[in-house]
Structures are given as C-alpha cells and as structure tokens.
Design a protein. Structure first.
Length: 295
C-alpha cells in the first residue's frame, strides 16, 4: 500500500504571510517521509466538514504549481477538480502544464462537482446533477483527445472545440493519470471503468461499503472488457498519530483499508504544519504498510 498526503486546510498559526513557507515545509517533509503523492482540494471556499467557508483556501492549481517547484519526486493532484469550474480545453492545458513543469508528476483528479455555495458565490453556473455528469464525460473525452497528440476537433452536447491543439504534450505517458472521484454506482463508477486510470472512494465510510463499491467497479470493467487491475484504487482517509498506541491503531486502520481492496490511501493529518506527525508516519508507518497487498 502507498500513502498519500492531502492538505485540506490552510488555517495555520503563521497566518497568511506564513502560507508559502508552511506549505513548502509540509510538502518537503512529506516527500522526505516517503509519501507517494500530495493533494489539495479544488475548492475556493473552505468546506463545512473542515471549517468555516471564510477560512483561507488557496486556488488548487496555483498551489500545485508552487508545490511542483519545492519538491522533486512526490506526485501532485487535486482531490478532485469540479468539472464546472473551468472550460475543458483550458483545464487540460492547466494539467498538462503542471505535468511538464513537475517533470511528469501530475494526477488529473476530476469529478462532477458538488459545492453549490462556492459556485453561486463566485458566479459560476451550477447546472443540475445530470448535466454535470454529461459535462464530466465530455471533459474526459476532450482530455483524451487533446492528449492523443492528434490535432482534430470535438463536438459534444455541451462543448465544442474547433482545434484540440495541446502543445507541449505531457511528460507522463500515455498521459497524466486520470483519477475520477466519487462512488456513485449509476454514473461515477461506470465512468471510471470507461475512462479512468484511478478511482477515489471514502475510507471514512464502512469498509464493507468500500468493498461493495469496488465490486461494482469490477463488474463495470468486466462488462466492457477492461482489466479491473489496471485501475489504481485510491481512497481518502485520516491518520491521527502522536503516541505508540495511535501508531499501532493507524497501522491497523491501513491494514483494514488495504484488505478492503485499496492500494493507495490518501490521508489528512491533524496539525500537519507541526511536521512531527509527518515525520512519525514516515518512520513508523509507511515502511510497514508498504508490505500490505490490496485484498
């Protein structure tokens, strides 16, 4: 099992002026500790389950480009981009630029989007769920066409591109890993089977739910003749360490998530800005869970 680090909050003691240095220290500590990936949310207001809407929130791709400059190996992505926030062609150029400037380390994390308050608050159209999923599938199709290296056009129900020109092409081959977030059985998991290189589920839920969602994904893969094992199975979770007992609990939690079928657990860590919890996970947890094989 691999561990990734999500940074869901920028509310740190050093305040706004300390954001750059704190973010850089967290990223460099995560890389040194052996985390496989580093993630930020693609939100503009803080979300309710983390804090108050008015708390600091950095724009996701600006933050990732900064992180690309202060790290060398760790992979980078949003968990996940709401499809409604950017025109697809511009979004693909944004991801491509991140991939090139990071030396081929970009994930393309994307989903249908759900945070209506920030969309309406900032003047972004927020269509009904059905339309958001239609836009999501068209965006995935546009990304694959732009990353094919072939110059063409695209006409869909919601988007039209006269030229799918994308130069330079990404360094990641055949393209940045497409990670589709969400667990919906009617729309999201079929899209993962058809277009995704990775899925992202919630390890906060019952792990029986995780197993059930992965079973649905496998059936969708079988139905279209795609190998289920080609899809990286990721999940979001949380690790709270600080004592030998909590370290043991964290290891057992990772083991149970792995047994449920997850290969890459992406965790948030309370007080990440203190760095000590990151170092502790690197020394006492990452080497152990590296031996876990997904069930």
């Amino acid at each position: 099992m691999k561990l990734g680090l999500q940074i869901p909050s920028f509310t740190w003691p050093a305040g706004t002026s300390g954001l750059p240095s704190t973010l850089a220290r967290i990223a460099q500590a995560a890389e040194d500790a052996g985390f496989a990936s580093l993630w930020v949310m693609d939100h503009f207001f803080q979300i309710d389950m983390i804090g108050r809407p008015e708390e600091p929130m950095l724009e996701g791709y600006s933050a990732l480009n900064f992180l690309a400059a202060v790290t060398k190996r760790i992979r980078l992505g949003t968990l996940v981009t709401g499809v409604i926030y950017r025109y697809p062609g511009i979004l693909v150029k944004t991801i491509t630029s991140l991939d090139v400037l990071s030396g081929g380390r970009a994930y393309f994390g994307i989903g249908a989007g759900w945070y209506e308050r920030e969309a309406i608050g900032l003047g972004v159209p927020f269509p009904p769920l059905k339309e958001r999923f239609e836009r999501l599938e068209e965006t995935l199709q546009i990304a694959l066409e732009m990353w094919s290296g072939k110059l063409g056009s695209y006409t869909g129900k919601h988007y039209r591109l006269d030229e799918t020109l994308n130069s330079p092409q990404p360094l990641s081959k055949p393209h940045p890993t497409i990670l589709i977030g969400g667990a919906g059985e009617k729309k999201t998991l079929p899209l993962v089977a058809k277009y995704g290189d990775a899925c992202n589920l919630y390890a906060f839920d019952s792990l029986e739910v995780v197993r059930a969602k992965l079973a649905v994904l496998r059936r969708n893969c079988d139905a279209i003749g795609r190998s289920y094992d080609k899809i990286e199975r990721t999940a979001i979770g949380r690790l709270d360490v600080g004592s030998s007992n909590s370290v043991r609990n964290a290891i057992e939690y990772c083991r149970s998530v792995s047994d449920a079928g997850i290969e890459h657990l992406i965790v948030s860590i309370p007080n990440d800005y203190e760095i000590t919890p990151i170092d502790l996970i690197g020394k006492q947890i990452i080497p152990v869970v590296a031996n876990f094989a997904a069930g």
